[in-house]
Design a protein around this ligand. Sequence first.
Ligand code: FES
Length: 104
Amino acid sequence: MSPHVIRPDGDPVGRCDRSLTVTVDGMPVAGVHGQTLATVLLGDGRSHWRTATTGSPRGVFCGIGVCFDCVATVNGVADVRLCRRPARDGDTVATQTRLAGETK
Ligand code: FES
């Protein structure tokens, strides 16, 4: 067993993970309360969810809300930093693509 995996009944802090589901480009993705949307997507095996104007993939770079590499559209709001946004059950995430020449 990984030292990072703590069973709920053995957690000295008393944490009790509650599951949640977000939708990413129409696909359900499972997470737990307390995660950011970025960690939910990373936990699902996704390394990127935005395409830069150069065409290169972008995901988490700084992880602390500084670089804006991790932005996506959340519940219809564009350019949300997923590394700073707590995941909420029922959130809808849409990946973003801005190729050179596009304004939005
Ligand atoms: S990873 Fe840098 S702002 Fe989110």
